[in-house]
Design a binder for this molecule. Sequence first.
Ligand code: NAP
Ligand code: MG
Length: 501
Amino acid sequence: MTANPNTATAERLQKELAAHPRQLLIGGQWKAAQSGKTFATFNPATGQPLGQVAWADAHDVDLAVRAARRAFEDPAWSRISSMDRTKLLLRLADLIERDAQELAVLECLDNGKPAHLARLVEIEGSIKTFRYFAGWPTKFGGETLPVSPRGGLQILNYTTREPLGVCALIVPWNYPMSMAAWKIAPAVAAGCTVVLKPAEQTPLTALRLAALALEAGFPPGVINVVTGMGETGAALVEHPGVDKVAFTGSTEVGKKIVRAASGNLKKVSLELGGKSPQVVFADADIDAAVASIAAGIFFNQGQTCTAGSRLYAHRSCIDRIVEGVAAAGRKLRIGNGLDPQSEFGPLISQEQWDRVNGFVQSGQADGARLVTGGTRPEGFDDGYFFKPTVFTDAGQTMKITREEIFGPVLTALPWSDPEELVAHANDSEFGLSAGIWTQNIRNAHRMAAALKAGTVWINCFNLVDPASPFGGYKQSGWGREHGRQAMELYSEVKSVWVNVS
Ligand code: NAP
Ligand code: MG
């Protein structure tokens, strides 16, 4: 048997974490919180603390925002050439690649997800994100526009793109490294400076990423990190020195952020919850659909904003699909993410476990049929493990059909009337994504047009790429990340009128 390469890395990281509290990065300096306060971050696979992390309050946040402002105005950043911004982003991508294995193990320890999947999705994904946005500084510009003002004036009208300013980036715990990369990369590509606030459950990879950015040569204060909980995020969104907030997390907190940002009318972009439908027609390739629907709900233990959590399958094939997805769920190898054999880790926290369990209880109480899962797996007394779970015979008004569970729980409903299918699939406060399974091109495109969702996948699911816009309709958010749209989120447009008569 070959030795598990993750074990030695994990032991070394755990020793370092236990010995030294992690500090804030403010203006290029690592600092303890001014209050001296720290909080613990935990390993969800064991429930044990990994180490202490600085707990920033409003004073530390103020220092970080001021540092970001100074860096924004400093010619070292404000006058940097677009090609030099490209070089910095590419260098950071190379450093993430150099440390990929260690970052994957760190994410596994802090978040619980299997290290090999963290590497594939989060670390490789972040490298790709930085390389993609590295291409934008030299290509993101304005236009000249054919205006026709009154009075016969001859006018040259052109637009420029300017960086928006100091951006607060608030990210969740489900994909900690990727969510930080999705925001930092376009923000700095556009010329902004940032204060990043990772989730209290998963601060570690964000801090490492910031250390790599310093090593890459980003000027001090361009990327700052404040860790903490409760007051930390709130202080950041209320701060009058912040020009924009980019947030990913719950719809509930998204609404709080909108209210808190109104003081100085900060620009706000939001990537919030989802309850994404998977729509299966009778003519679908059932085997392909089953495999992808299972991955679409069970990947990352269902803690994915785009999780395909509502299955609408045609009455003629629903039993086969539900049985297939349940069987795929039972087959998943549950385990500590350091084990390269593990395919399915723990949930993030006891709080999240209780929340998922509460939804399972409510599904049963409402009369849905539990096909598989619904409990802690046998032999996993420690940590926050929860079995892959499938409900069928659910109703459209049940809580398990309407609310975001953010756990490995699929709710299946049959359909027979296509009009009703569209109405039910769209009957949600969310509109983040949707999956369509059919071999009929007409069905596929009609449904793609009819579904109210920011992303539609046809005969595939959960594919993301920095080139393609990502975000939600309705209460799933404001704005789009990735692509040119992300560069627009972090910049202002200036229209310049020149009288050339
Ligand atoms: P959350 O509260 O929305 O947390 C996301 C981020 O927002 C964290 O960094 C959090 O920091 C920060 N935050 C919380 N309150 C804030 C405030 N008043 N002002 C500014 N920032 C604030 O998510 P959660 O409570 O951990 O998870 C609850 C539910 O949210 C989940 O069950 C799931 O339904 C949903 N969720 C969705 C996504 C997604 O990708 N769309 C991701 C995560 C969670 P601290 O908590 O450290 O203070
Ligand atoms: Mg943790």
